[in-house]
Design a protein around this ligand. Structure first.
Ligand code: GAL
Length: 389
């Protein structure tokens, strides 16, 4: 062999090797992004760019054949639970494979802006208003550096499902309005100032509206929240009020951008948060968690024939190991699968408060036994096998 051919490969060989190497790399990459065809609750869930999905406390909007998943974009480390970036959005047609649509509501760099970087933006939910053709997002907002004191709900609107969403306002809902299910006789009742929390007298006072009345002038608190659009197009905002002791269900105006002032209290002093709601065969089902911050606890389900109640307690819908911890998750949304009767997916968050970006998603099918919703753990499951078509 000529010494030169030993030292330097012929250009054609170099090109062939390069092509083969590229082809190999491509195969490896395409294996990495091999489409999912099942749900694996609690595992890292990659988007179509092979990055763990970052949409916590999320909710889903089904729009023109596509599912859009909106959620909190978390970051690493101690600051990761405050809003450093904004609200993210992912799209999917099969619910298994999600494409990153980017940040649809950005935090502001402006000092003193209500959505200033470092504020708290939680549980964003988006609904579509057919009359105004606007996409309407509400989310839980806490002001920068003020902990969870503000307890507000905030509005952002867009002409396009994937944004950009423009921040409109934040509110304390139902200012100077009494709930529908609140007796007039209690409106002026007074309570001792020094009631001991969790004492029987305190429970009675909360039940009778002690905190409701405290917030009457400035508007009710609104922390964990969700939205629900009913069959008739009316929308509701469901939120943890009264220091997270009482859920409230409030009606939104026809454009979904204001509160009408019509609302009810749901199980006062019940200590329920993380509301998620769905409707099946004309019955409303509302799921919630207890209040233990990022730590999981036992879920509870309620049902009613009218959104305005009366609501009935159904207890914990979860069964099997770790049912008392909601399988180490907290509810955020219940998704009706489009076109599949009786097909609902429980969506929960397995929070990682020390490294929030690593939070995991627990999606499980909701089954029904004598019309009672049941949630069981599955390591892996598919829409086709678990649901009736
Ligand atoms: C949870 C709530 C979360 C977040 C957290 C903060 O109870 O569901 O959305 O607010 O508390 O500790």
């Amino acid at each position: 062999m000529h010494p030169q051919t030993k030292k330097y490969a012929h250009p054609t060989i170099v090109i062939v090797i390069a092509i083969l190497t590229l082809a190999n790399t491509f195969t490896i990459n395409s294996q990495n992004v091999k489409p999912y065809n099942s749900f694996r609750p609690g595992e890292v869930w990659l988007d179509t760019d092979s990055t763990h999905i970052n949409a916590h406390g999320g909710g889903i909007l089904y729009n023109k054949g596509v599912y859009y998943w909106f959620g909190e974009f978390k970051t690493t480390g101690a600051k990761g639970n405050t809003a450093q970036i904004g609200v993210s959005c992912y799209s999917s047609t099969d619910l298994y494979n999600w494409k990153n649509e980017g940040i649809v509501l950005k935090v502001s760099d402006e000092n003193g802006s209500e959505i200033e970087k470092g504020c708290v933006i939680e549980r964003p939910k988006v609904i579509y208003n057919k009359k105004t053709k606007k996409y309407v997002m509400w989310f839980h907002l806490e002001l920068k550096g003020k902990g969870y004191k503000a307890a507000k709900t905030a509005l952002a609107v867009s002409n396009h499902v994937v944004g950009p969403y423009h921040f409109v306002k934040s509110v304390r809902p139902n200012q100077k309005q009494w709930p529908l299910n609140y007796p007039d006789t209690l409106q002026t009742k007074k309570y001792p100032k020094d009631l001991e929390w969790w004492s029987p007298a305190w429970y009675t006072a909360i039940d009778e509206g002690l905190l409701l009345k405290l917030d009457f002038e400035k508007g009710q608190m609104s922390r964990d929240m969700t939205l629900f659009v009913d069959d008739d197009g009316k929308a509701y905002h469901i939120h943890a009020a009264e220091e997270n002791l009482t859920l409230q269900i409030s009606e939104l105006t026809n454009d979904y951008q204001n509160f009408t002032g019509k609302y009810i209290r749901l199980f006062p002093a019940g200590h329920n948060e993380a509301p998620a709601i769905f409707k099946r065969n004309g019955i409303y089902y509302l799921m919630a968690s207890g209040c233990t911050g990022w730590a999981p606890n036992a879920a509870r389900m309620f049902k009613a024939k009218s959104i305005w109640g009366p609501w009935k307690k159904l207890g914990n819908p979860c069964i099997g190991p770790e049912a008392d911890l909601t399988f180490k998750s907290q509810s955020t949304y219940i998704l009706p699968v489009n076109g599949k009767k009786d097909s609902f997916i429980y969506m929960g968050d397995r929070w990682q408060p020390k490294n929030p970006i690593d939070g995991r998603y627990i999606w499980l099918p909701i089954q029904f036994k004598n019309d009672q919703p049941i949630i069981k753990w599955e390591d892996e499951w598919m829409l086709s096998t678990t649901h009736s078509k």
